[in-house]
Write a protein that binds this ligand. Structure first.
Ligand code: ATP
Ligand code: MG
Length: 313
């Protein structure tokens, strides 16, 4: 059997230690709550996306920044153990590694408090940007804007497909980065910061901001609203119905799966379905799925067209 070449996806941005507490009810704020479970895992948008790429059968490369401290080393080792190439993770002396407290209630809904670290270097000068030219796609989140800008520009120059996880961040960062990618996929709050009007107006505005091929917003169990420049109004990619146990990282996995899909040459609509299936399984299991699980979910829905996989040979 001929070996198929794995698509290489570079994921740039946030990596944090997620301290996850399972509670009955998240009574926030002033409250005292006993956790019925606790665990510590790799988190962060681009890092979760990179792990998703690796589990779904791609070659994942992660670029980001942590402190040269115990938490930073643990994150590097955890990414490597997941099969992610973490050579491009910068461990900065004197900097502090970001971390989050994630509180998950019995319905699987989460609240997150994030400490974004301190002293993390901003200069993208040490990034091996030339590797983008050989990659099949690039995904950036907004947590290292200088890095994302440099990477998106290189991808744009070289015609490498890119996607952005346009999550909640400062408006100026979203406005600077969205025009540099060709697939801007917002989280609900990210889109409301980018544009204060209706979501459909926000998507139309994003499409006008640069040479974008897609503007979309993920809406959890309500699916994904998406629009291309050829469309007059947005369409909805429904979510795959699942019993959610932990929705943390569903968006990150969605973005990783989407970036892999476009790297493999899938069309936009098929890529959105593929990503939705991956996000749904993450919400159901609290674990990032493998390719077989995603394919099984996609094949189980025979009322919709099958996804075509066009892998490079
Ligand atoms: N409960 C769910 N049931 C089915 N699919 C889900 C569920 N939650 C998320 N998804 C899928 O994952 C996608 C992304 O989820 P969501 O919109 O919650 O991301 P987010 O707000 O960025 O959250 P986070 O970044 O914390 O994962 C959704 O568009 C949907 O396809
Ligand atoms: Mg998200």
């Amino acid at each position: 059997m001929a070996e198929t070449k794995k698509a290489t996806v570079i994921c740039l941005g946030q990596v944090v230690t997620d301290h996850t507490f399972r509670v009955e009810e998240a009574e926030l704020p002033p409250s005292k709550v006993t956790a019925r479970g606790y665990h510590r895992v790799v988190g962060g948008m681009a890092a979760n996306a990179a792990i998703a790429v690796a589990r779904l059968g791609g070659r994942a490369v992660f670029w980001g920044r942590v402190g040269a401290d115990e938490a930073g080393e643990e994150l590097r080792d955890a990414l490597t153990a997941e099969g992610v190439d973490a050579e491009g993770l910068l461990l900065a002396k004197g900097a502090r590694t970001p971390l989050s407290a994630v509180i998950v209630d019995k319905r699987g809904e989460r609240s997150i408090v994030t400490y974004r670290g301190e002293g993390l270097p901003t200069d993208p000068g040490r990034l091996p940007l030339e590797l983008i030219e050989e990659a099949d796609s690039l995904l950036c989140d907004p947590r290292w804007p200088e890095g994302a800008e440099a990477a998106f520009r290189r991808a744009q120059e070289r015609g490498v497909p890119s996607a952005m996880d346009a999550e909640k961040s400062e408006a100026r960062i979203l406005h600077a980065l969205v025009p540099l990618t060709d697939h801007a996929i917002f989280a609900k709050t990210g889109l409301s910061i980018f544009h204060s009007g209706k979501p459909e107006e926000g998507l139309a505005r994003a499409l006008k901001a640069g040479p974008l091929k897609l503007a979309a917003v993920t809406l959890g169990e309500h699916g994904t609203l998406w629009m291309t420049p050829e469309m007059e109004k947005p369409a909805t990619q429904p979510a795959f119905p699942v019993d959610a146990t932990n929705t943390t990282g569903a968006g990150d996995v969605f973005h990783g799966a989407f970036a892999l899909a476009i790297g493999e040459g899938m069309e936009t609509e098929a890529a959105l379905r593929f990503a939705s299936a991956a996000g749904a399984l993450r919400a159901r299991d609290g674990e990032t799925p493998d390719r077989a699980a995603v394919d099984k979910l996609l094949e189980g829905t025979t009322d919709r067209p099958r996804v075509r996989h066009r892998r490079k040979s």
